[in-house]
Design a protein around this ligand. Structure first.
Ligand SMILES: Cc1cc2nc3c(=O)[nH]c(=O)nc-3n(C[C@H](O)[C@H](O)[C@H](O)COP(=O)(O)O)c2cc1C
Length: 351
């Protein structure tokens, strides 16, 4: 269940991680999830072609700070030589290298990378062998159950990963053709765990602290990775830790929610600048609002937000909904002065 875990020479205090999410697990999001308990976080998937050929833009995905630790760098590509070269290039940028063998999107599988590799296990072996030779960092792979439902290869792929020197493997037990449909079949995580000696990390359908602990218990896997469940709910990590310790899971009040969003926004502004922070927080506010009364209104206001102050006003509205007994904050009139005060609070919260 909840336990210390060792992946290669990387020792982690517990086994609840933030999964790689393209377009999402950038530095600010990783920091907010770490602040709520994630013991390991991953970059967005990083193209080895981009790293090897055009450099600067792709390298921006590796941006980190000292407290963004430990960091798993996820690489995707289809050429063993390029993956090996990329692994050498990023060795100083993280504590672990993961190879993406699960991404189902056309743009990635069209290049023979991601889950397309599950149709060519010889290539899987060649990629892991070359990358293993290239780096001393802990090396892991993340796979789906197979390319097509009914044509599972996760046991064979797992055995190859183990014999070629991977230090752990993550399984998202859906085939590529399912994309995100149906349910993740956790029985396959249990099967893989029983089949291998290296640590097995489970991924799929973890939307609450209870789900996390249930996956650990039902599959006996060595660790779990939370993905969609962390969107708008970074406290899912502390929830899982609380459930494991038989404590009540945390249900944030609106002011706690607002404070988390402020902290997240503050991290974004500090690390990515105001323009990117405003653009990106719009989608995060949509996720933070899910499940709350008036969520669709907040979401459409978030869509229309164009400035730092618009975002601050929106966060205030979320908070005032509770403080003023659910009245529309518009009626209470949030002034520019209030937004200005919150600009100061934002930076106090995030540092
Ligand atoms: C928007 C989005 C982006 C993702 N990006 C990646 C990625 O870059 N690399 C990867 O290995 N998996 C990626 N995944 C898959 C997740 O890491 C995870 O395995 C999957 O979502 C199942 O977990 P969940 O049900 O808890 O979301 C992505 C999933 C989503 C929804």
């Amino acid at each position: 269940m909840l336990k210390e875990i060792k992946i290669g020479n990387l020792r982690l205090p517990h086994n609840i991680f933030l999964a790689p999410l393209a377009g999402i697990t950038n530095l600010p999001f990783r920091l907010i999830c770490r602040s709520r308990g994630a013991s390991l976080a991953f970059t967005e998937m990083v193209s080895v072609n981009g790293l090897v050929r055009d450099g600067a833009k792709t390298r921006a995905l590796l941006k980190r700070t000292a407290d963004d630790y430990p960091l798993g760098i996820q690489l995707f590509g289809s050429s063993p030589d390029d993956l090996a070269e990329a692994a050498r290039m990023v060795e100083g940028d993280g504590e672990l290298i993961d190879i993406n063998m699960g991404c189902p999107v056309k743009k990635v599988v069209g290049t023979g990378a991601g889950s397309a590799l599950l149709r060519d296990l010889k290539q899987v072996a060649a990629i892991i062998r070359a990358t293993r030779r290239a780096t001393c960092l802990p090396l892991t792979v993340k796979i789906r159950s197979g390319w097509h439902s009914g044509e599972d290869v996760f046991l064979e792929a797992g055995k190859i990963a183990e014999s070629e020197g991977c230090d752990a493997i993550t399984l998202h037990p859906r085939s590529r053709n399912l994309m995100f449909g149906g349910h993740a079949d956790w029985d396959k995580i249990r099967e893989l765990k029983e089949f291998l000696s290296i640590p097995v990390i489970g991924s799929g359908d973890l939307f609450s602290g209870n789900d996390c602990i249930r996956m650990l218990r039902e599959t006996a896997c060595d660790g779990i990775m939370i993905a969609r469940g962390a969107l708008g709910a970074p406290w899912i990590f502390s929830d899982a830790l609380d459930v494991a310790r038989a404590l009540e899971p945390f249900t944030p009040s609106k002011s706690e929610l607002a404070s988390t969003i402020r902290t997240h926004f503050g991290m974004y502004v500090a690390h990515s600048g105001e323009a990117i922070a405003v653009r990106e927080m719009k989608k995060h506010i949509g996720w933070y609002a899910k499940g709350f009364a008036g969520a669709s209104k907040i979401r459409s206001e978030a869509g229309a937000a164009a400035s730092f102050d618009d975002i601050i006003r929106l966060i205030d509205k979320i908070e005032l909904r509770e403080t003023h007994g659910g009245e529309s904050p518009d009626e209470k009139g949030i002034t520019d002065d209030a937004a200005g005060e919150n600009r100061n609070r934002l930076f106090c919260d995030s540092h």
